[in-house]
Write a protein that binds this ligand. Structure first.
Ligand code: ZN
Length: 160
């Protein structure tokens, strides 16, 4: 391995943060064989950026909260055994570390959800509001929103 490449793997390839004590895996590009590692924050950001709908964000939010609750119980039931010995791999794999990683992901998912909803008049927001209105059996509001969406689509169609 090239020395500079090796050096890169101890810091996040995106933000440069130190990856000591981090459980981040080494990623290998399928074609170039290039390696990189990224910190939990950068991984969480990328994870959240792939979310396109509010429902998707809600589902991931629920799953993450569920996982966090389970890891929380695990930490409570199995407090760290104070042997005095630590290893990097051991440190990276502790439930506490997973807990932090999950919390970072949850925060990113929630901010992405807000971001989608903040795009006023966006298709994602309108689609979400239509489904909400239908769920609440407010068909008048649903029809009104559908009209808005059609209008928005026509404008976009004309501009392309
Ligand atoms: Zn980073």
């Amino acid at each position: 391995m090239h020395p500079s490449n090796h050096h890169k793997l101890t810091t996040c390839s995106t933000c440069g943060q130190s990856l000591e004590n981090s459980a981040s895996p080494i990623e290998v590009h399928s074609e170039t064989g290039e390696t990189r590692r990224r910190c939990a924050a950068c991984l969480a950001k990328e994870y959240a950026n792939s979310i396109t709908t509010v429902e998707q964000a809600d589902r991931l939010n629920t799953e993450l909260e569920d996982l966090i609750a389970r890891v929380d119980r695990l930490i409570e039931q199995n407090p760290d055994t104070p042997t005095g010995f630590t290893s990097l791999a051991g440190l990276a794999a502790t439930p506490l570390n997973s807990f932090r990683t999950l919390l970072i992901h949850l925060a990113e998912v929630q901010s992405r959800r807000q971001e989608i909803l903040a795009q006023d008049g966006s298709e994602a927001r309108l689609a979400y509001e239509i489904r909400q209105a239908v769920a609440e059996e407010d068909y008048e509001r649903a029809a009104e929103l559908k009209g808005q969406r059609e209008h928005a689509m026509q404008i976009r169609h004309r501009s392309t």
